[in-house]
Design a protein around this ligand. Structure first.
Ligand SMILES: NC(=O)c1ccc[n+]([C@@H]2O[C@H](COP(=O)([O-])OP(=O)(O)OC[C@H]3O[C@@H](n4cnc5c(N)ncnc54)[C@H](O)[C@@H]3O)[C@@H](O)[C@H]2O)c1
Length: 393
């Protein structure tokens, strides 16, 4: 059984799906591991490091042949359609494939008769925590968001009591206290800032407090959806939330927004007028920039000046820390392979909730409902309810 990492082709993607430290986890599963020459370059992993760890390095000229013969292909970004077409019909591609977005790739994988597992769709159950790459990458982005805020702010984060006088700590406000938000809170707190946070899910209040932040309670109803995620809110509630948050934003030196609603455009939490209430020199970090932005006017990959406030739009944030982002992702891949490979053979079991949720394509059949709808395919018949439905975390 051959596991192959062809490397990333999308511009700006600096992560890699396998790090040398993780090779032995895969060889222990009975896999024959290979990686394209130079694939780990941006994550500071050399061909020699992979070879020393037990992987075979494939020269650039032989990558297409390796793709055609591999049983499992690991990438961060989905394969492009040309590469996907090369896969053999029993092969499985593992990546952050988005069923509503990566339609050309999904079509090409289906045409090849292959299968595809997406890290965007791993269910949030206890058993799958080690496989949850959305969480591992959100950890990286939350950490980076706090560092970006600290770096752009022309003030100190910590309290300083000096002979020349006292400097108060910076005030950081985090909107959205999921995985990234909690990590931003913890990091800003470690840097000495005074941190507060708001989330539509009241359940996040205890987590915010445990990270050392103050939870802001607004006189608004909760907006909790399935599996611990938020759901979309009404226009009225969104407007009221903006009004109630304005004084907190005005009083902050740094605002970090991390709010997402799965499968939808990010909700707009902060308007231009709200940003303009902050004193000049303040910073807003919008981690949701790539999915539409939590802050009006944010541009992914750019810093926009809004009345003297710097508005930083996130782009490929996990790639800005490619070593540990890749390390964690590679460990997520190893955990999923632990589920899919039994005694050195592929064992794709749709009765398993993790595989069932994350397999977008199985042996050429597109089985994810979002992808089927986007590709104008008729819905598949409803499966029989599983006798062993698992508890959500
Ligand atoms: N395996 C597991 O059990 C597991 C793994 C990861 C996360 N989780 C849980 O899943 C949940 C979502 O985590 P995530 O980080 O992926 O979330 P996410 O990236 O989908 O969203 C980030 C945060 O933004 C919040 N948000 C959405 N709309 C908002 C709005 N209008 N105003 C303010 N906040 C808003 C969400 O409630 C969420 O906390 C959390 O409860 C987390 O603890 C569970």
């Amino acid at each position: 059984m051959r596991f192959f990492v062809p490397g990333e082709t999308r511009e700006g993607e600096l992560r890699v799906a396998l790090m040398p430290d993780v090779v032995s986890k895969l060889t222990k599963l009975g896999l024959d591991v290979s990686i394209a020459s130079g694939a780990g370059e941006h994550a500071y992993a050399s061909d020699a490091d992979y070879e020393a760890a037990g992987a075979t390095v494939v020269p650039a000229a032989e990558v297409d042949a390796a793709l055609s013969s591999a049983d499992i292909i690991g990438t961060v970004q989905p394969l492009d359609q040309d590469r996907a077409r090369l896969l053999k019909d029993s092969a499985v591609s593992m990546s952050f494939l988005q069923p509503g977005r990566d339609l050309d790739t999904i079509r090409a994988l289906a045409d090849a008769g292959a299968s595809a597992v997406s890290f965007d769709l791993i269910p949030r159950i206890s058993r799958a925590q080690s496989m949850d790459a959305l969480t591992s990458q959100a950890l990286v982005t939350g950490y980076r968001a706090a560092l970006v805020g600290a770096q752009l702010l022309p003030r100190f984060f910590p309290l300083f009591m000096t002979a020349a006088g006292t400097i108060p700590p910076a005030k950081v406000l985090v909107l959205g206290a999921g995985v990234a938000g909690l990590q931003a809170i913890a990091t800003a707190k470690r840097l000495g800032a005074k941190v507060s946070a708001y989330d539509v899910r009241p359940a996040s209040a205890d987590e915010v407090k445990s990270m050392g932040g103050t939870f802001i309670t607004l006189e608004l109803e909760a907006v909790e959806g399935k599996g611990g995620y938020a759901r979309e809110m009404t226009e009225d509630r969104a407007k009221r939330q903006q009004e109630l948050l304005t004084p907190y934003i005005e009083a902050s030196d740094v605002v970090i927004t991390t709010a997402a609603v799965p499968g939808r455009k990010a909700p707009q939490l902060v308007t231009r007028d709200m940003v303009a209430t902050m004193r000049t020199g303040s910073v807003v970090v919008d981690l949701a920039s790539e999915s539409g932005g939590n802050v009006e006017g944010s541009v992914a990959g750019e810093i926009v000046d809004v009345d003297g406030v710097q508005l930083w739009g996130a782009l490929d944030v996990a790639s800005s820390m490619p070593v540990h982002a890749s390390q964690l992702y590679a460990m997520n891949i190893a955990a999923v392979l632990g589920l899919m490979v039994k005694e050195g053979e592929l064992a794709l079991d749709v009765a398993d909730e993790v595989f069932d949720s994350s397999a977008v394509v199985l042996s050429g059949e597109v089985r994810n409902s979002v992808a089927r709808e986007a590709l104008d395919l008729p819905p598949l018949p409803e499966p029989e309810p599983s006798p062993q439905a698992e508890e959500s975390n």
